[in-house]
Write a protein that binds this ligand. Sequence first.
Ligand SMILES: [Zn+2]
Length: 144
Amino acid sequence: MNASQNIEGQCLCGAVTARAVMSKPMMRACHCDMCQQHTSSMFMSLGIDQGSLTLDGPVKTYRSSEWAERGFCGTCGSTLFYGTVEDGNRHPSAGLFQTLEDTPLKLEFFADDALCGIALVGEHRKMTAQETIALFAPKEGEDQ
Ligand SMILES: [Zn+2]
């Protein structure tokens, strides 16, 4: 049984407060090139209830591709979220929420592109770059 929990976190300088609802505690990791550039390692996000994330403070966004944007604190630069533009989904940085416990890592994207020396422990699904791209690629005949 997982009860919904209200979670709250802050960026490094404290200027941005993040709040969300999480019904099924889980984390995902992404090792794609852009996440590596953005974070210096990988992007660890929390699986929150979509639509529940609120951010207060000097939030800036960077449109990193046609379909996605990344949020960061305008004061300290902390990574806040990865978001998809079309559906407005938000995947907040796990590191903002320092007090979370029992939030298992469930999935790695681009696992075969992880930086040298990075190997995440535990039982979870590891998708290769090819599998990740296939998962998110538009289906034939679909408009983007
Ligand atoms: Zn900040």
